[in-house]
Design a protein around this ligand. Structure first.
Ligand SMILES: [Zn+2]
Length: 380
């Protein structure tokens, strides 16, 4: 396995690559511990992050819908787990370094007071646009962060023209720790900016929040991001041309940490996954919580007995009272999206999880009499 180079310098990045492509600014400090860790390339355990989205709006357009927010969470899970459906479009030169992180995101279900929440806050503000830290403070027209040791805070608002989003590093002041994304660049539904409509601004910024640098480092062929499997790159790119080369090598413009259009950016690399997982395990370990139910089980109290759990590829079902009355069995992901339906399953028949990435899923059984049974299952 290739090693991860040591980068310890504190750097500030804020680039504008054209008047048409939004600026993405970030403060980054790669975790020094990465250099000394000999992390396995194989990803085993899911690392799950509860998210709170703070919508701070001045006009109704900025008060984005729950569906738009949920679409962003789904996009994050697809991007971070290489399951967005366009894996085959990854440049052949980089197929072997593209990697799934098994980092998963879900909207928080419990707030700091222990009360139930949908993981979304909404704050009306007199501020017409944000360009400074007022966004992070309720007293200044923004919204106070939730405990950054328990939640990934994502603020969504109207940012100054030319800025799509930015992120804070792991050792930032708690009150400003998190990610900021302009409302026109957030999610995959709603009134979104051209070429920024697949939620990859948030994917990019969370990459920074988990310790990643831009592939071009500070710019120029003598600067790097500290990772061996992202090639040297002279500067940010804004197109998807496969033939582009800089610094004597093919540009990896499909990397989530570049600036190309959303439909061009498709993957993180193995080394980038190592950095993100290391940053999450330490210093952000307190955030990891894979006990979320994605709002599924708590609304469907009839429990379902399944075994084995955890499982590597299938489960059997028990616990449904009307065994012969099963209408259909659904498999849902951590954010509650149905990813597979089996309409001919019966009690004790195996439900296959083959082909699904390792992680947390829900098995939901519906009967002909409209009873619903749900259970959480971990695929290992
Ligand atoms: Zn960036």
């Amino acid at each position: 396995m290739k090693s991860v180079k040591h980068i310890s310098s504190f750097t500030l990045f804020c680039f504008s690559i054209s008047t048409l492509i939004a600026q993405e600014c970030s403060v980054i400090k790669l975790n020094e511990q990465v250099a000394s860790n000999n992390i396995s390339k194989a990803v085993v355990d899911p690392l799950c992050i509860p998210v709170v989205v703070h919508v701070v709006y001045n006009i109704s357009d900025e008060n984005i819908s729950n569906d738009q927010i949920i679409s962003q969470i789904a996009a994050l899970n697809n991007d971070f787990n290489l399951s967005h459906g366009f894996e085959a479009d990854i440049n052949a030169d980089f197929q072997d370094v593209a990697a799934a992180s098994n980092i998963q995101f879900y909207l928080a279900e419990t707030d700091a007071d222990g009360s139930s929440t949908d993981g979304i806050t909404r704050t009306s503000t007199d501020k017409t646009v944000f360009g400074n830290n007022d966004l992070f403070y309720s007293a200044n027209g923004g919204k106070d962060a939730w405990d950054d040791s328990k939640y990934l805070n994502i603020w969504v608002c109207d940012l100054m023209p030319g800025i799509s989003g930015y992120a804070k590093i792991a050792d930032s002041t708690a009150s400003i720790d998190g990610v900021v994304v302009d409302y026109k660049y957030f999610g995959t539904q709603g009134d979104l900016a051209d070429d920024r409509d697949l939620g990859r601004t948030a994917t990019h910024e969370i990459g920074h929040w988990l310790g990643l640098n831009h592939p071009w480092g500070l710019g120029g062929c003598s600067s790097d991001d500290g990772l061996d499997d992202t090639p040297l790159q002279n500067e940010a790119t804004s197109d998807c041309g496969d033939a582009n080369t800089t610094c004597g090598t093919t540009v990896m413009h499909q990397n989530f940490m570049d600036y190309a259009a959303d439909d061009c950016r498709l993957f993180f690399t193995n080394n980038q996954v190592e950095v993100m997982r290391t940053t999450l395990i330490d210093p952000r370990s307190s955030l990891i919580d894979c006990n979320g139910t994605a709002g599924i089980a708590k609304n469907e109290t009839r429990s379902l007995s399944i075994y084995p759990n955890p499982t590597s590829n299938w489960v059997s079902i028990n616990g449904v009272e009307a065994h012969t009355d099963i209408k259909e069995i659904e498999i849902l992901n951590l954010v509650g999206s149905v990813i597979k339906i089996e309409s001919n399953a019966r009690d004790n028949e195996r439900v296959s999880l083959e082909g699904l990435p390792k992680g947390i899923y829900f098995i939901r059984v519906r009967t002909e009499s409209n009873e619903v049974y749900t259970s959480r299952v971990v695929k290992i």
